[in-house]
Design a binder for this molecule. Sequence first.
Ligand code: PLP
Length: 362
Amino acid sequence: MSERIYNLSAGPAVLPEEVIRSSQEAMWNLSGTGIGVMEHSHRDKAFMAVIEKAESLCRKLAAIPADYDVLFLQGGASTQFFMVPMSFLGPDTTADYIVTGVWSQKAIAEAKRFGKVHVAGTSEEQSFSAIPAASAIRWSERPVYAHFTSNNTIFGTQWTNEPTPPDGVPLICDASSDIFSRPIDVPKYGLIYAGAQKNLGPSGVTLVIVRKDLVERGSSSLPTMLQYRTHAKEKSLYNTPPTFGIFVMAEVLAWIDRNGGLAAMEKQNQAKAKVIYDYLDRSSMFRTTAAAGSRSLMNICFRATTPELEDKFIAEAKKRGFSGLKGHRSVGGMRASVYNAFPPAGCDALVAFLSEFEKANG
Ligand SMILES: *Cc1c(COP(=O)(O)O)cnc(C)c1O
């Protein structure tokens, strides 16, 4: 197949076409050096320019203050699940977690290896179909940090505003599936982490934005590679970083910048999601599973009236050029992931197909 189709996969996910084209070019010859981006030493000038561009675009887009480090690490968000508690939590201290889905649960399981965990809020009783109300959150006496997941990729829920921990408690966020999909108020956070493969680039790079005083506070008895200070001090070049992934991320960030930055992404993401949610709200065959007020703009989870119709829908959608619509294996149903790079025309086309399917099978 030479034509591209609509990719609604939850991750790795769709990338902007311009980025794929410029990456093809750079794979052959980076910036006129005669050497492809994957073949350059991470110490040479051409790659230094790439990583500096990635960092400066992150800083520009999210208005990251100077007292934060921007790190490009490996191991995915799943490595941050343990690197965070390993650095800041000990047997005699407590970290607060808000549980809004599978990824929060995985983060907690890792934290429990290092210290005490207090669940400050959870939506487990609602099968994670909602974000807990601010009034339902109970922080512990003196947590070393407060952790939450800004967008729940599997359940299709998203925080509209970040939770507010007690004064002086660093807020830590797993933003893997909505990073840079909307403006983010970095000074409210101690540390933000995200695997790149949903909104920022290919898998293999993890973006970490961390306040410098936390970098300093982290345990210094850990293996060198597992200390934030190592990567902060060496500007993510202590060892060989994922050079190609960082290149593609820089291209994605430049694409976001050319298209109006995070405020413009938010506006477009709201419009894209609205087209689909509006249809689901009108439909008598399909319904969204996320509670009103908690609906994700990135991952739209929905069900049909019967599992047989769901299987038929997913199979026919695939034939019509919509890939990746099957919901996560733990929840079933359907999920349309419409990250930054998913085109508005794709949302319109999906709604047209939903409507056609409903008419033919209703
Ligand atoms: C995908 C995802 C992860 C897992 O990321 P890896 O990079 O595969 O470790 C963690 N948290 C959230 C919210 C995710 O969407």
